[in-house]
Design a protein around this ligand. Structure first.
Ligand SMILES: Cc1cc2nc3c(=O)[nH]c(=O)nc-3n(C[C@H](O)[C@H](O)[C@H](O)COP(=O)(O)O)c2cc1C
Length: 159
């Protein structure tokens, strides 16, 4: 996000773990109206994604996948899909995906981010970078990873 700001972007950060929200209820309201019927902490986030030129999505790997907190948010992105199953999002949005895992094998859970990248492509995003951290045991472990911090800054600058 610092890199994106250096490139002139205005940024907004959402920490899912500090927000209160529901998962998608499958009510299909969004297939007759261009909105998610649920009004909670994700409402503003979803609106910001609609308006954003670029989005950085981040999740730890929990049991081979993205976290439950992340998946609830992802399912609410169903409201970006119209009744004909096409994306309502304006084309040209860029995305960066960031993951952290305990396993030292970088390739161990590549599929989690790769699968989410496919969702983003379906929604019309161009996924420009996937940044993966291994050995991420402690919450501040990334502070010792100058290479990853620099990679993230460069990805933000290049948006
Ligand atoms: C519930 C839970 C499940 C986890 N599952 C995995 C896993 O399947 N593979 C792995 O490599 N690390 C796993 N981890 C470790 C986290 O991915 C790792 O600590 C990560 O760096 C946490 O990122 P954060 O500090 O940004 O929250 C798990 C941790 C928790 C708490």
């Amino acid at each position: 996000m610092d890199g994106a700001e250096e490139a002139g972007y205005q940024t907004e950060k959402y920490i899912l773990n500090e927000m209160n929200y529901s998962g998608c209820q499958g009510c299909n309201h969004c297939k007759t109206a261009d909105e998610c019927k649920i009004d909670d902490d994700l409402t503003g986030l979803l609106e910001d994604i609609r308006e954003a030129d670029a989005v950085v999505f981040g999740s730890p790997i929990y049991f081979f996948l993205f976290s439950g907190q992340f998946k609830l948010m992802e399912d609410r992105m169903y409201s970006f899909i119209d009744p004909g199953f096409n994306s309502r999002l304006a084309p040209g949005k860029k995305a960066v995906i960031v993951t952290s895992q305990g396993n030292p094998d970088l390739s161990a859970f590549e599929k989690a981010a790769d699968d989410f990248a496919e969702v983003l492509k379906f929604l019309g995003f161009e996924v420009v970078d996937i940044i993966r951290m291994v050995n991420g045991g402690a919450p501040d472990a990334v502070l010792a990873r100058r290479d990853l911090l620099e990679k993230a800054r460069a990805a933000g600058r290049a948006l």
